[in-house]
Write a protein that binds this ligand. Structure first.
Ligand code: FES
Length: 246
């Protein structure tokens, strides 16, 4: 017989890593999911930032990413990781909330059971940080951009034949963030690329211009949770012959 307050939700075998299912626990409508580490978790059905349905969220690396403004919550504790880590806890009064409500789960007899009341707020969450400091109410809230799909930025670069040059791409050096960079033609060659210790850090791509003419470099940025690139850049490179450049 069920223990008081625990509710049988979804069959364990039906929930694979990355899956999210709706469920009712008593009067509440919640979501049940399985993280990449195999843990079954349960959390609020809508994002506490602006109410987006979290059935459309992405599960990645044991984290939950809301599809609307890309807020990221720890899959086990619900603690907000992004944007808190990016803007800092002292901006939580702007970026709030600091956590996503979660529910205790157990797997028993082939089912995922969920306790009907949310867990207490996660360790590390300080509700005082959500209170605007005095005089701060007039400042506009920090609003991450909506996920509107990538638009390609195109830039033109002129370099001399035989020269090396470097493209610097913005990057937040979180694990898994990466730029994929490719040369379109055969006038250019990538000779080195990697994170440059600039302030802020940049993704540097060192390129050698072999011959005069026109070539292009295509850059695609993808965060670990992105199915498609979220940023596209194209550099049209005019390689000038030595005599022309003089
Ligand atoms: S509604 Fe979820 S991040 Fe804004």
């Amino acid at each position: 017989m069920a223990e008081k307050g625990w509710h049988r939700t979804v069959r364990s075998a039906d929930v694979q890593a990355g899956d999210i299912f709706p469920a009712n626990v008593g009067p509440r409508f919640i979501l049940v999911a399985r993280l990449q580490n195999g843990d079954a978790v349960a959390f609020a059905a809508s994002c506490p930032h602006q109410g987006t349905d979290l059935e459309t969220a992405t599960l990645w690396d044991n984290k939950i990413r809301c599809s609307r403004h890309q807020y990221i919550y720890d899959g086990c504790t619900g603690l907000n990781i992004f944007p808190t880590e990016r803007f800092g806890p002292d901006r939580l009064w702007k970026t709030k909330p600091g956590y996503l409500p979660t529910y205790a789960t157990e797997e028993r007899a082939g089912w995922i059971w969920v306790y009907q009341d949310p867990r207490p707020p996660p360790k590390g969450y300080d509700p005082k940080l959500e209170i605007p400091p005095e005089g701060a109410e007039r400042e506009a809230p920090l609003e991450p951009e909506e996920d509107a799909g990538p638009t390609e930025q195109v830039k033109v670069v002129r370099v001399r034949e035989g020269a090396d040059f470097e493209l610097r791409l913005p990057i937040n050096p979180l694990p898994g963030n990466e730029w994929r960079v490719e040369v379109v033609g055969d006038l250019l060659e990538i000779v080195d690329e990697g994170l440059r210790p600039t302030d802020p850090p940049k993704w540097g791509v060192k390129i050698h211009a072999h011959e005069a003419g026109e070539d292009a470099v295509e850059c695609r940025f993808r965060a670990p949770w992105d199915v498609e690139p979220s940023e596209l850049r194209r550099y049209v490179v005019h390689v000038i012959a030595g005599a022309e450049a003089d």
